[in-house]
Design a protein around this ligand. Structure first.
Ligand code: XAN
Ligand code: ZN
Length: 439
């Protein structure tokens, strides 16, 4: 049976960083068949043409494309909020001891459930997920993401130096375990594989070469890692890779940087790195709450965009302070405001684009998700705040759609998410969902 969604729908099919604007339509109908939007028109018109369709009446609040988180660590959910330390200290004292616990599948399995539930509850329908150093834990995450219907790209995190010994591997083992995981999960349901060297600090050239070999041997794999996050980390990479031009070169000289590559942070890039990222068409995942929490620095978004580098948004949990991309969008806005004349002016359409269509492009999923046009998958988040909350009051008094969206980024959180769909499947249902088969 066809489903007909009735809502006020906001999305950004035309890139607002390149002349596009927010698309906003009220009392719109989205007709969905087999998970795909097959018609988009005034609700009354679609209802008259499809009287047997099952109506989802979402007129309260707003319907947005499902959010796309391009950098989030599965093993770090339980250590969100370890504030007060810079990156390398935070890794050693907070993140890595927790990551070591995932050697135990009995620890990893409930964590996978909590993590996938957390993403969906935040309205995130697609994510590029930094996996675990342990293949069994990556299996646990993939099984849970598949069970819940999350659109996820993930892989085995690999390192062969400097980290605590229980997190280290070898180039051969990294290849073999990664290949076996990809054979099990790549292309299963909505899952894809990402080759995931942790960062150049913890990866020798031999390991990065094995990552490149693995990426070549998996049809259309992604590659993801970290880059230029904190000054101390950048300095350590400089010392470890004396023959490299810069941090990006440590990946690029192994052929790891191309359109299917997403690198998190890039808070401290050189002009050469920005130009090469643009040439390679790679994406930088900007993770603003993490950058602030770890004191990593203020992201030079304007330099990225002026030089043609693609930018999307990531929560970077657990360096980041939660799974909500609304909070990341707001923090991205704050940082650019604080950079004053060096900052990138951002309006609500920019924020929505960064949290949706830009992520789809990063993951090479633009033909499927990122906005709510005909032909796209029905991946959507329905925001309907409880009556009397500041967001509810704000939405009811918003001057126009852009104003309403600004209020969403200023105030929305998981508690305001009332329904989430991936490929037309309802993957999260919360308070009093209003769905009926006829008017
Ligand atoms: O923000 C970050 N989180 C991490 O877990 C990590 N590992 C290397 N570099 C990192 N940066
Ligand atoms: Zn990270």
């Amino acid at each position: 049976m066809k489903a007909l969604f009735r809502a006020t729908v906001l999305d950004t099919p035309d890139d607002p960083f390149h002349g596009g604007a927010l698309r906003a339509e009220s009392d719109l109908g989205l007709l969905v068949q087999d998970g795909v939007i097959v018609a988009r028109a005034a609700y009354g018109t679609l209802r008259a043409a499809h009287p047997d369709s099952r109506v989802h009446d979402l007129r309260e609040g707003l319907l947005l494309p499902g959010l796309i988180d391009t950098h989030v660590h599965f093993p770090q959910l339980r250590v969100i909020g370890a504030l007060g330390r810079p990156l390398l200290d935070w890794l050693r004292e907070s993140a890595l001891p927790e990551e070591a616990r995932l050697a135990d599948t009995a620890y990893a399995q409930p964590l996978a459930q909590e993590f996938v539930q957390g993403l969906l509850a935040a309205g995130t329908t697609t994510a590029l997920v930094f996996g675990s150093h342990f293949a069994s834990a990556v299996d646990a995450f993939c099984a849970e993401a598949d069970r819940r219907g999350l659109r996820a790209t993930t892989g085995l995190v690999v390192s062969d130096r400097i980290l605590r010994p229980d997190l280290l591997t070898t180039p051969q083992r990294a290849y073999d375990e990664g290949k076996a995981l990809a054979d099990r999960w790549h292309g299963v349901g909505r899952l894809r594989y990402a080759v995931t060297p942790r960062f150049s600090v913890s990866c020798t050239d031999d390991l990065l070469e094995s990552c490149a070999a693995l990426a070549k041997d998996i049809d259309h794999a992604m590659v993801t890692s970290h880059i230029n996050e904190s000054p101390a980390e950048v300095q350590q990479v400089r010392e470890l890779f004396e023959g490299s031009a810069d941090y990006l070169d440590t990946y690029d000289r192994h052929g790891l940087v191309d359109r299917d590559c997403v690198l998190a942070h890039n808070v401290h890039p050189s002009d050469r790195e920005l130009d090469l990222l643009a040439t390679r068409e790679a994406t930088i995942s900007h993770c603003p709450t993490s950058n602030a929490a770890l004191g990593s620095g203020m992201f030079p978004m304007r330099d990225h965009l002026e030089r043609g580098v693609h930018v999307a948004l990531g929560s970077d949990v657990g360096g980041g302070t939660g799974l909500s991309l609304f909070k990341e969008g707001l923090q991205a806005y704050f940082v650019q405001q604080l950079l004053a004349d060096r900052g990138q002016p951002l309006n609500p359409a920019h924020l929505l684009h960064l949290a949706t269509a830009a992520g789809a492009r990063a993951l090479d999923l633009s033909d499927q998700v990122g906005d709510l046009s005909v032909g796209k998958q029905m991946d959507a988040v329905w925001l309907a705040p409880a009556a009397g909350t500041p967001l509810d009051i704000g939405l009811r008094h918003a001057g126009d759609a852009s104003d309403a969206l600004a209020k969403v980024f200023a105030m929305a959180h998981s508690g305001d998410v009332r329904g989430v769909w991936v490929g037309g499947d309802q993957v999260l249902e919360t308070r009093h969902l209003n769905s009926r088969s006829a008017e």
